[in-house]
Design a protein. Sequence first.
Length: 208
Amino acid sequence: MSRFNQLTQTTAVRQVQEEMGSATAAGRRLREQAEEPQPLDARAAEFIRGLDGFLFASVGETGWPYVQFKGGPQGFVHVLDEHTLGFLDVRGNRQYVTTGNVRGDDRVALFFIDHARQTRLKLYGHATAVLVDDDLPLAERLESPRTEGRVEQVVTIRVEAFAWNCPNHITPRFSRSEVSEALAPLHERLERLEQENAALRAQLAERS
């Protein structure tokens, strides 16, 4: 059983699985216990580096979850090692809900999704957020690439577990850069045809 399933298979979840008829399959996954944090493999690390955003979930002192979107250029979430992610957090609406939640409970969930390739990765971890001046060496390491804006904090996530999610129902969507890249050959061909057309028109005009 993976570390991720171990953390998610609570008593209440098991009860629902019994009710829905999936407890037998889930029980087979529960036989082997994984007590140690799950290290990121090469596939997961490459997937995270290739994305330009993710959903960041934390829980406040009231017990209510809070989900925030974090975005930037591809690679702004750095894989520091097989157990650690990091990025520079820039100034936003200045509510600092996620930061406050993490101070009270460092357990977080991250959700990475690639709409174009219909792939998603869910991750559990322990997050810390410190001012840039409190860890300048790490801040410099995370400087490029990073999200544009005024940097306020250095955020790290110590990975506890991760799992690949089912690709069903992911609507394919493409970023502007992905669309531009896909259409580049078409634009080049259209430009060549326009040039050829202009040359033919000029030849016809000379003949007439």
